[in-house]
Design a protein around this ligand. Structure first.
Ligand SMILES: Nc1ncnc2c1ncn2[C@@H]1O[C@H](COP(=O)(O)OP(=O)(O)OP(=O)(O)O)[C@@H](O)[C@H]1O
Ligand SMILES: [Mg+2]
Length: 444
């Protein structure tokens, strides 16, 4: 039997110590020592040479994905859960992580696969209450357990196809003295579960809490260990929730899933443009942008408010849009379009709690700002896309055709786009070479 010892290791320089110290003796950093388990095998492992095999001869059926039955979740995962993979789902309290995963487990169990829910946060009866509300999750197996060894042993013995651990912060390795949810415990739990998931071929989903600034709580190392990191975002006070992958070893990280929270659980929104991309006719300070989230084009309403400021440093606030990018856009507007906003507060908001990172949204943000500044609404049924360069030129963006198709689907009749964008059926494409020209086209 291997002897297990507890050691404290500095997370900065790796110095180890037999007891906890406030200051690392190696590098002098305070509070960097974390508890770790070290196994010291008594018998050495015989070094046997193994035979590597060509990748081409690896059996491919092992990589068949398991559909979760939730189309939006499948999309974000890149087509379903990969057997034996480890997925981390993070999100604010109450955003609907447990609801989403219970729905998925129910659908997986209905296809004849074995689905197991390990719950540490809620009792079995609380989960069954939720299952009754959601419906269709009767054949999901449930285990209310927080002891890590017991969970791992159960997974090895039962070998379910999919297992959800809700949440990784409640798991507790008894060999470690620190409290559940501490860095050492979470790291140990994730490491052990990773080995079990790969060995027993159990697709494991870990639910993780997020810290105040939105990162998954626990060590960053958790994000390196797992195959996928999904973030479940959304305002708790809005019914829309957005699921996105921040890391995915088996698919794109740009995909986006949109859900609506209802009494019957989370319902996928297959057509988010309808929800987020419609402005009211004649509304001042609102523009519609065609942005691409992964492979999916969506129309988003961008709102802006320009108001006189009493401050020496006027406020620039953005929700759902990068603040630095907003500052840059304001500078370009001032320099190349003659719109000086140096003494105005500028607020920008992307509707529906969506966050856009794509530069193609620049034009919509600029148009919303100019519309608010001039007190005139953009032309009706108009959408736009294009990246704004520092020189004031409108730069072309990729995938123009799907953006135009999405706009046409929602009844947009006119799109302002960079020079070189191909024409499309059902709508007029107005091309502009500079930001100034684009403003002229959109704000008559
Ligand atoms: N009967 C209901 N009708 C509509 N929505 C409900 C109902 N019951 C719960 N909800 C919604 O479900 C949300 C809680 O979902 P869930 O428990 O899955 O969240 P969670 O992310 O797992 O939270 P935690 O981190 O606390 O475990 C609540 O915020 C609420 O909006
Ligand atoms: Mg929960």
């Amino acid at each position: 039997m291997a002897k297990v010892t507890v050691q404290f290791t500095c997370s900065e320089c790796g110095t180890t110590s037999g007891r906890w110290l406030g200051k690392c003796p190696g590098c002098g950093v305070f509070g960097s020592l974390v508890e770790e388990l070290h196994g010291s095998p008594t018998e050495s492992v015989a070094a046997v040479a193994l035979k590597p095999i060509p990748i081409g001869s690896v059996r491919l059926e092992d990589a068949d994905r398991i559909s979760t039955g939730v189309a939006e979740l499948d999309r974000v995962l890149g087509g379903g859960l990969v057997p034996g993979s480890l997925v981390l789902v993070g999100g604010e309290p109450g955003v609907g992580k447990s609801t989403l995963l219970l729905t998925a487990l129910g659908a997986i169990a209905r296809t004849g696969r074995r689905a197991l829910l390990v719950t540490g946060e809620e009792s079995a009866s609380q989960v069954s209450l939720r299952a009754a509300r959601l419906g269709g999750a009767e054949s999901v197996d449930i285990l209310a357990e927080t002891e890590l060894d017991a969970v791992c042993a159960t997974l090895e013995a039962e070998r379910p196809d999919v297992c959800v651990i809700d949440s990784v912060q409640t798991l507790h390795a008894s060999a470690l003295s620190s409290a559940p949810g501490s860095v050492a415990q979470v790291r140990e739990a994730a490491g052990r579960l990773l080995r079990v998931a790969k060995a027993a071929c159990v697709a494991t989903v870990l639910v993780g809490h997020v810290t105040k600034d939105g990162a998954v709580a626990g060590p960053r190392v958790l994000e390196h260990l797992v195959d996928c990191v999904l973030q479940f975002e959304g305002d708790r006070y809005h019914e829309h929730r957005i699921l996105r992958a921040t890391k995915n070893r088996f698919g794109s990280t740009n995909e986006l899933g949109v859900f609506e929270m209802t009494a019957a659980g989370l319902v996928g929104v297959p057509d988010p443009s309808e929800l987020f991309g419609t402005t009211r006719a004649g509304e001042i300070g609102a523009a519609v942008g065609c942005v691409l989230e992964g492979t999916r084009p969506i129309l988003l309403e961008v709102q802006a408010l320009v108001a006189p400021s009493d401050l020496a440093m006027p406020r620039r606030q953005a929700t759902g849009f990068d603040r630095n990018r907003l500052s840059m856009l304001l500078a370009v507007l001032g320099r190349h379009a003659g719109i000086a906003l140096g003494s105005s507060d500028v607020f920008v908001n992307v509707a529906g709690g969506v966050r856009v990172d794509e530069p193609a949204a620049d034009l919509a943000v600029a148009l919303a700002i100019v519309s608010s500044h001039r007190g005139r609404p953009p032309a009706q049924r108009l959408a736009c896309f294009g990246e704004i360069g520092l020189t004031g030129r409108l730069r072309p963006v990729g995938h123009a055709a799907p953006r135009l198709a999405e706009a046409a689907k929602l009844g947009v009749t006119e799109v302002v786009a960079p020079e070189g964008t191909a024409a499309a059926a059902f709508l007029t494409v107005r091309r502009a070479d500079t930001l100034d020209a684009a403003i002229g086209l959109a704000l008559p």
